[in-house]
Design a protein around this ligand. Sequence first.
Ligand code: ADP
Ligand code: ASP
Ligand code: MG
Length: 412
Amino acid sequence: MPVLVMKFGGTSVATLDRIRRAAKRVGVEVAKGYDVIVIVSAMSGETNKLVGYVGETSPLYDAREYDAVVSSGENVTAGLMALTLQEMDVPARSWQGWQVPLLTTSAHSAARIEEIPTDNLNARFADGMRVAVVAGFQGISPEGRITTLGRGGSDTTAVAFAAAFGAERCDIYTDVDGVYTTDPRIADKARKLDRIAFEEMLELASLGAKVLQTRSVELAMRYNVKLRVLSSFEEQSDDAGTLVCAEEEIVESNVVNGIAYSRDEAKMTLISVADRPGIAAAIFGPLSDAGVNVDMIIQNISEEGRTDMTFSCPIDQVARAEKSLSEAKDRGEINYHDLVADTNVAKVSAVGIGMRSQSGVAAKMFQTLRDEGVNIKVIATSEIKISVLIDRKYMELAVQSLHDAFELDKVT
Ligand code: ADP
Ligand code: ASP
Ligand code: MG
């Protein structure tokens, strides 16, 4: 029988009633003749609560135990979903990641999927099971420890299962009815896209649009999975939601197709470092060893052999960055006068594959922010995106005004 993957996010399984609603949707697909793999997230708020417990118990926690704790929310919803389906007379059972087994690397809290053997589930499908409910977000390391795939990781579980089982489609049910030109919760004028190219979705996700985890888009692109994002709260037709697909399958497109934001950024500046060969390596080597994800970097003009070096990183890595730089200073590897952390910044980005062939996007972005009186602190560009770091208090204003300036509310 053809296989379908259906993933339900936290808000879609937040109560028993919602689990029932989701199960009904699954029942409809089973009735159409599909064998269904359902991937569930934890009930909304649950993972945050568990992360909080870990931090309170042990600030510098053992990452293996972190994963043991935070993965547990998904176990509850997987069991409840299987029970709900059984109550509807749909043959179903739940699987935790290790039971499948979903094999991952041992990079705890950010593990990558290595392999999903299909024989276990297929044997049960052959026996008459119609729905395998799999706990998202979790797997098992080569050492036999429970791992998690990073926040939002159930999306990646879903796409990986779709690829492994050659599913006809991977449907991501969430609390919005598709991918929008920007987060519909902060811009009323956000427009739902019928289709979005893998590359654009990948860029939007990595720049903060949390509707899909970045890695899930990467996998869908690599294995050509038919990936759809749709609402678990609305009645659905066959072409509901947003299809994430190859660029060639898209007819209508603007130069800029999306605005993304990331609220939790920090800007760090090393004041007066010696400007000599090897200085960047001496600064960013220890940061990388300490697991700091450096994003944007600027080296200022140097005066009398000294310069300022600025970089951005996630706000929760500031303490780690400060520690590793001051240790490098103590070891005599770098020498700076001061390290200044600005934790009141956010990143706003414009994304569009049309930028490859059209100039003027950066200028328009900078003019728009100037007209709103928003100061730009750091700029980064790539082939299909422009990102700026600004004061966090202007983030929503920046998103809305850029959305207006690039006329994303319509196809131009
Ligand atoms: P789930 O729990 O179902 O995985 P998430 O909260 O992870 O849901 O992702 C859905 C949320 O992503 C939406 O509620 C929305 O606020 C946010 N979002 C951010 N950017 C976008 C976008 N461009 N289009 C749609 N939703 C977006
Ligand atoms: N429950 C996990 C999280 O909140 C995984 C997910 O929902 O995708 O990050
Ligand atoms: Mg999510």
